[in-house]
Design a protein. Structure first.
Length: 128
């Protein structure tokens, strides 16, 4: 993509393209997987970029070397806190008869449930 756009192959230069991919994937109900990080001598840089694309909405990131897999799994696997929070939110909505609930002082609307079900589905597949 960077070559086609004639831009630097950096996160910042490709943020618009990455955002478009995430939006198109979400509209189609698909997971988006980001491209691999190619600098094998920069594991910290790979982890930081993986965290950025996760926060942008990607579901994963490709890997070009087995040494990258553990860090990528850590970044894209829901934490114990995220899993327990998702289960609490789902339970709270099952008890409520409205389209929103308050948990830990935060208003949570029903559309958030899709993401909570996704987190729990991942946890169930991992048997957590």
């Amino acid at each position: 993509m960077a070559a086609e756009l004639r831009c630097k192959n950096t996160f910042e230069s490709l943020i618009y393209a990455r955002s478009r991919v995430v939006h198109a994937s979400a509209a189609a109900g698909l997971d988006a997987i980001d491209v691999p990080f190619l600098d094998l001598d920069d594991p910290d840089g790979m982890r930081k970029e993986a965290e950025k694309v996760r926060d942008l909405g990607f579901s994963g990131k490709g890997s070009v070397h087995p040494n990258q897999i553990a860090a990528l799994n850590e970044v894209f696997t829901p934490s114990d806190h995220q899993i327990s929070r998702a289960r609490r939110i789902i339970a709270k909505f099952e008890e409520a008869d409205t389209g929103l609930v308050v948990i830990d002082g935060k208003l949570i609307e029903k559309p958030v449930l899709r993401d909570m079900f996704r987190v729990v589905e991942i946890a169930d597949r991992m048997e957590v």
